[in-house]
Design a protein around this ligand. Structure first.
Ligand code: MG
Length: 265
């Protein structure tokens, strides 16, 4: 996945990639002009946009409690504004012809009697219904809760266009369970994947997040994950995601991941 910078798209293309996901930062202007410029770039280069991914202003991934307090549709103070923003992202994605929109919705409450559970369920229903009117699926990113909790939430939302963007590294980084077992459980809903790697949180620090690693150098076991994808009959594109702060390191790791995955095909 690349974020919405022209230079990034040039680098993506230089790696020979023809498919990918576009990340929209919280503050990005979503004008029809911006959509038209991206659309022209994709058409010129024969690039297929798989997903438009939204992030929101004010989100922090400092540690697990901070993620649960700031990310996605969980914080009540920003819930309405973020819903409106996501609707705008959905409209922007429709102008680009993207078939799927996605985001981290945040840490889903396990308890159905928690008022946040009903609020998030109803919000996700509205977001799904808007996306459906545009012919889009809405994909939730995995990892911030155990897969059983996500399955339970998906069933509660009960919308046919609600799907999953499966990120195996997140399962490891948040200590949310074995990625391969989670993939099997979520298989009916998986529409896209992130090829990302990472190590689990340090022992004795339950609030800490694990550390993201270059693909193939973390605890995910990419061979096992690819075999599991084959096992569930997944035939979609493998979207490399790398979030390293250092941009030179980030692009070096993405290029290496693309090489690893291309060698297997
Ligand atoms: Mg991801």
């Amino acid at each position: 996945m690349f974020w919405a910078e022209r230079d990034d798209f040039g680098l993506v293309r230089s790696l020979g990639l023809h498919f990918g996901q576009l990340g929209i930062p919280g503050g990005m202007s979503l004008t029809p002009d911006a959509a038209n410029q991206w659309k022209a770039s994709f058409a010129e280069t024969g690039f297929t946009l798989v997903t438009v991914f939204a992030a929101f202003e004010g989100e922090s991934y400092a540690d697990i409690p901070t993620v649960c307090a700031t990310v996605g549709f969980v914080p009540p103070a920003t819930r309405h504004a973020r819903e409106q923003r996501f609707i705008e992202v959905s409209d922007f994605a429709a102008r680009l012809g993207a078939p799927t929109v996605a985001c981290h919705i945040g840490c889903v409450p396990e308890d159905h009697s928690d008022p946040d559970f009903a609020a998030m369920r109803d919000l996700v229903r509205r977001v799904c219904d808007h996306a459906a009117r545009l012919g889009q699926a809405f994909a939730l990113e995995t990892g911030q809760e155990r897969p059983e909790v996500l399955v339970d939430f998906i069933r509660a939302v009960d919308r046919p266009n609600l799907r999953v963007n499966f990120d195996p590294a997140n399962m490891v980084l948040y200590g949310s369970g074995d990625p391969v077992e989670a993939l099997r459980l979520l298989a009916p809903w998986v529409i896209s994947v992130h090829m990302k790697d990472g190590d689990p949180p340090p022992a004795g620090k339950p609030e800490a997040l694990g550390v993201e690693r270059p693909l193939g150098r973390g605890a995910v076991s990419i061979e096992r994950f690819l075999a599991a994808l084959k096992g569930i009959g997944f035939t979609g594109p493998l979207n490399v995601e790398r979030e390293a702060e250092d941009q030179a390191e980030r692009w070096r790791d993405i290029a290496s991941a693309v090489q690893q995955l291309t060698r297997r095909n």
